[in-house]
Design a protein around this ligand. Structure first.
Ligand SMILES: CSC[C@H]1O[C@H](OP(=O)(O)O)[C@H](O)[C@@H]1O
Ligand SMILES: Nc1ncnc2[nH]cnc12
Length: 290
């Protein structure tokens, strides 16, 4: 199988990447089930990348139903070491406006009912997650955005992404609670992916595309799906340019990430005493440590 070091996960409204060349569909199975869709493997300015539509190309999966583990495992199978996630988010701050871009550096977990670890079944691991986003990848993403001088695009480097369960959007009381926590943006998917990517020793960073003011802003309509998709379409071209530039810089100078050795001090169970079936299930993640 071709080794691909850079993965791109496209969220709501970003179901394909037009700039990808020489594409082929790769259908993968994992010990955690099937990914959301086939991965599209191709090249961006000569660099091999894998693209996955997070919700499937026809947007069939709720945030709760997404096969997050299979998606990250499939990326790992291809050899991916860096994941750039492009996602729609609501803004929780006046100064973060629809069409702005945010590269968050923190998450708050408000999810309730989704598996968010590869471990268990006899193998216990606790990854460090104080810095949930790879600082190096986030830096490259931020520098790429700045270098493009995109007209009418304001970048916010850093900020906290609230990851809620959904699928219903927040109540005003919730939205105001998150504002009182000084959170910056809200979405339903990226924290779960970031945790699993860290367990899989893949660097992860988010390109958050602001589509709405959620429901707290007195002068703006409450978020709707129509609003999210309309705003995404309006900055889809910028998003693709940013991803392309980030891939170019990453390929030129791939950084060492804290994520790449995340399991070194995380596994508690002596692997020689671990159940053989679990070791087999986790072989791709554990092979460096067996
Ligand atoms: C279509 S509105 C809600 C939906 O949009 C965001 O998706 P993604 O993170 O995949 O871009 C949000 O997290 C919800 O899943
Ligand atoms: N306001 C919002 N809440 C949760 N997810 C979103 N995705 C885009 N806008 C959102």
């Amino acid at each position: 199988m071709t080794t691909v070091k850079i993965g791109i996960i496209g969220g709501s409204g970003l179901y394909k990447m037009d700039a990808l060349k020489d594409t082929r569909e790769v259908v993968l199975e994992t010990p955690f089930g099937s990914p959301s869709d086939a991965l599209i493997v191709g090249t961006l300015e000569g660099t091999p990348v894998a693209f996955l539509a997070r919700h499937g190309r026809n947007h069939q999966f709720l945030p709760t139903e997404l096969p997050y583990r299979a998606n990250i495992h499939a990326m790992k199978q291809l050899g991916v070491e860096y994941i750039i996630s492009a996602s729609a988010v609501g803004s929780l701050k006046e100064e973060v406006k629809p069409l702005d871009l945010v590269v968050p550096d923190q998450f708050i977990d408000r999810t309730k009912t989704r598996p968010s670890t590869f471990f268990g079944e006899g193998i216990v691991a606790h990854i460090a997650f104080g810095d949930p986003v790879c600082p190096e990848l986030a830096r490259i993403l931020g520098e790429s955005i700045e270098s493009l001088h995109l007209p009418d695009v304001t970048l916010h480097r850093g900020g906290t992404y609230i990851c809620m369960e959904g699928p219903a959007f927040s109540t005003k009381a919730e939205s105001n609670l998150y504002r009182s926590w000084d959170a910056t943006i809200i979405g339903m998917t990226n924290l779960t992916e970031a945790k699993l990517a860290r367990e899989a020793e893949i660097a992860y960073a988010t390109l958050a595309l602001v589509t709405d003011y959620d429901c707290w802003h007195p002068d703006h309509d409450h978020v709707t799906v129509e609003m999210v998709i309309e705003y995404l379409h309006r900055n889809a071209i910028s998003a693709q340019k940013v991803i392309q530039e980030t891939v170019r810089r990453l390929a030129e100078n791939p950084p060492v990430s804290i994520a790449h050795s995340a399991l070194k001090y995380a596994i508690l169970t002596p692997l020689e005493h671990a159940p053989a079936a679990t070791k087999e299930k986790l072989a791709l993640l554990l092979k460096k440590y067996l």
